[in-house]
Write a protein that binds this ligand. Structure first.
Ligand code: SF4
Length: 353
């Protein structure tokens, strides 16, 4: 108990909310807090600011988000990646409208029932918007606790979570939940940083066990990740003077619901003959096709490496495509469709947008 009080007094004395101003900091609007927390799961605070403003401008409240077509939500999310977060927000907004009269519920367990809201986000909304006594456990908090208490359990294993939550609840200040949560996350982001933490000026330098034991650079621990899967995506640029063929991703897979160029996926690198035959098969066409490679790149995602090759497809006539979810669009309309981020570079490079 003594230690708990010492921890949160030192933390709250150190904390100056004005020092790292962010548009969502200190606000009480649960919808805006929710939006900011989901965006922050995708990118660092400084980079999140323009995305946050754009999203709020496009969908100023729950009702606007619920009513918006999913394509528009995905388009606004473009650039942040991991689009299932945007899809979940859209679904949750509908639920909030139908079950909670358009207002985010002021209850941790009801927040947790909404799609895409896990324990971290529920605790953040509950504490920041409603001052409910729930402590947040994000990457910054894991690092601070791991060092302060010298905890060697790997932070990326779910079985460690309970242990960290126990330590967190020991030092938590439930009557000042919002302030405490903001302070500990800011402290992790600015003082107890992943590399070269500022131990010499840290308010915990007398108590921090990792510092005492010379373990600061060893903590937090993580177990090694699984081997990533390699995938090969061959995108075909099928176009005429004014139009371009695009396709919607529908399966349960990355980038679900976004648009792409017609795709042939292979498990290994593929020869052009194979791709030309696959194209004819997919499009059920006898149209002659000749492929020439435009460029290659590799995208490193959390569970997979995607080697992408863009091909220029020359056809002798416009195929009557029968590929599901494929459509011819005017090139001028290209920027109104939501594509995975890497297409942006490609379209710019080849002057398509
Ligand atoms: S002394 Fe160093 S490692 Fe310990 S909490 Fe402070 S900044 Fe983090």
């Amino acid at each position: 108990m003594k230690k708990s009080k010492a921890f949160h007094s030192a933390l709250l004395n150190w904390y100056n909310p004005a020092e790292r101003p962010l548009p969502w900091k200190g606000i009480k609007n649960p919808y805006k807090i929710w939006v900011s927390e989901i965006i922050l799961q995708q990118t660092r605070a400084e980079q999140a600011i323009p995305y946050y403003h754009n999203f709020i401008a496009a969908f100023p409240n729950v009702e606007a988000l619920a009513k918006a077509p999913l394509d528009k939500v995905l388009k606004t999310w473009e650039g942040l990646g991991y689009y299932s977060r945007a899809r979940n927000m859209h679904a949750a907004a509908s639920d909030i409208t139908s079950k909670h009269k358009g207002k985010l519920p002021a209850s941790y367990s009801q927040l947790l029932n909404l799609k895409g809201i896990g324990p971290y986000t529920a605790a953040a909304i509950a504490s920041f918007a409603f001052d409910l006594p729930h402590a947040v456990l994000d990457g910054n908090v894991y690092r601070v606790l791991s060092r302060y208490f010298n905890i060697a359990s790997p932070i990326n294993e779910s079985k460690s979570k309970k242990e960290f939550l126990n330590y967190l609840n020991k030092v938590f200040a439930p009557k000042k939940a919002a302030l405490f949560n903001q302070a500990i996350m800011d402290f992790g982001a600015t003082v107890c940083t992943p590399k070269k933490p500022f131990c010499s000026t840290c308010p915990f330098s007398n108590d921090c066990l990792a510092l005492k034991l010379g373990q600061v650079n060893e903590l937090p621990k993580k177990t090694k990740k699984h081997v990533k899967k390699d995938r090969y995506f061959h995108y075909l640029l099928v176009q005429n003077k004014e139009e371009l063929l695009i396709q919607k991703r529908t399966g349960k897979d990355i980038w679900q619901g976004l648009f792409q160029l017609p795709l042939i996926e292979t498990s290994l690198d593929a020869h052009t003959d194979y791709l030309e035959a696959s194209f004819q098969k997919q499009f059920k066409t006898k149209t002659l096709i000749k492929l020439s490679k435009l460029e290659e790149r590799t995208s490193v995602l959390s569970h997979q490496n995607i080697r992408t090759v863009f091909w220029q497809a020359e056809l002798d006539r416009k195929p009557k495509h029968s590929l599901r979810e494929a459509l011819w669009i005017k090139k001028n309309d290209l920027s109104t469709f939501a594509f995975p981020k890497m297409f942006d570079l490609f379209f710019k490079q080849f002057s398509l947008i």
